[in-house]
Design a protein around this ligand. Structure first.
Ligand SMILES: O=C(O)CCC(=O)C(=O)O
Ligand SMILES: [Fe+2]
Length: 358
């Protein structure tokens, strides 16, 4: 059965908090994915941010790779050859940089100013605005999670010394140009590790799909491989989730939002960290290049994540980020897993039952 997808209109936020809290709680505890509109970032600001990504992607590979991927902080360059090593196709590349005034260029994985002039100075304010949207959204969960009012504003402070929030750009090359088989995914099924993710997609560049009901915990507990206890980094190990996937297509002006494993753990699994993937072309369909941008909201690395009911063991944000990085490096050794993970069967892809106002 395919899902109803919900659009949450954030206009007049301050006066509509209780109504909005009910809406986001419903969306986060069912699909774990929803759209937000009237969030305060203009189409021009978002397009400008995509164009900064273009400047990065058009650099020569060796320059991009000079800020190689650091699994411990889950930031840096995942080039086409790096993802090829991890999933066996050159279907995706990603660049992740750390926010926070504390992270020097190299540690935060920023390329030098002479390589990408004014790149950091334009990206940080955009990402900080996006981070404020995340603060607003998360404040709506504080009462339900029995957290102090203002907790997430504190946790998400990008000036904190241990801030691990990252901003990133994804590029999925034209599968045809890359010589990719049509029965392969462009991004493998995974659940995000963070508290919440803000995803920017462009109309006409679809492909994202979600598997409602299959979250990181459900997956881990039913995975016969038993490799991923507690849904810690199920993104990168163990069984491959299967079922009918729902297309989460781009909507003009909307940001796509999803709950990550940290918030799932914080909420003792009330809020769902749902599996998602980016699909390959359906029969008769040609997919060109796809771009997306992400804000992986982790916040302060030293904060201990545990819900009031203690459904999961206590782990810090930094532990969870590093575990995800380790999992990613592990899959490079498992070619058989890679082939299975990247399999795409058009039969598994469905349109949403409806896209509705929350
Ligand atoms: O490009 C997309 O739509 C999905 C990206 C994603 O899931 C991720 O970067 O974690
Ligand atoms: Fe993701």
């Amino acid at each position: 059965m395919s899902a109803n997808l919900e659009i949450v209109d954030l206009s007049d936020f301050e006066n509509r908090k209780s109504e909005l809290a009910a809406q986001v709680l419903h969306a986060a505890s069912s699909n774990g994915f929803f759209y937000v509109t009237n969030h305060g970032l203009s189409p021009a600001e978002i397009e400008n941010q995509f164009s900064l990504g273009e400047r990065y992607f058009s650099l020569p590979d060796d320059v991009k790779e000079s800020r190689g991927f650091r699994p411990d902080i889950f930031a840096g360059t995942r080039s086409l050859s790096d993802t090829n090593a991890a999933v066996g196709t050159k279907s995706w590349e990603q660049y992740l940089v750390q926010l926070g005034s504390h992270s020097r260029n190299e540690q935060g994985r920023w390329l030098a100013e002479d390589v990408l002039p004014h790149f950091r100075e334009q990206t940080v304010p955009f990402a900080e605005k996006a981070n404020q949207i995340a603060v607003q959204l998360l404040s709506l969960f504080e009462e339900e999670l029995k957290l102090e009012p203002g907790f997430f504003a504190w946790q998400l402070d990008v000036d904190a010394k241990d801030c691990l929030t990252t901003f990133g750009w994804n590029r999925y090359p034209d599968p045809k140009q890359q010589g990719l088989r049509t029965d392969q995914l462009r991004l493998l099924p995974h659940a995000d590790t963070d508290i919440i993710t803000l995803l920017f997609q462009r109309p006409g560049e679809g492909g994202l799909e979600i598997l409602p009901g299959r979250d990181a915990t459900v997956h881990a507990s039913t995975d016969p491989s038993g490799k991923d206890k507690g849904g810690l980094n199920s993104a990168w190990t163990g069984g491959i989730p299967e079922g009918k996937w729902t297309r989460m297509d781009p909507i003009a002006g909307a940001i796509t939002v999803n709950i990550g494993n940290m918030l799932m753990r914080y909420s003792d699994e009330k809020l769902k960290s749902t599996y998602h993937r980016v699909r390959g072309p359906l029969p008769g369909e040609t997919l060109g290049e796809r771009r997306s941008m992400v804000l992986f909201v982790n916040g302060r690395g030293s904060t201990v994540i545990q819900g009031k009911d203690k459904a999961y063991t206590a782990l810090t944000v930094a532990d969870m980020v590093a575990a995800n990085g380790k999992g990613y490096e592990n899959v490079k050794r498992d070619k058989e897993w890679q082939t299975r993970a990247m399999q795409f069967d058009a039969e598994t892809s469905a349109r949403p039952a409806a896209v509705v106002a929350a």
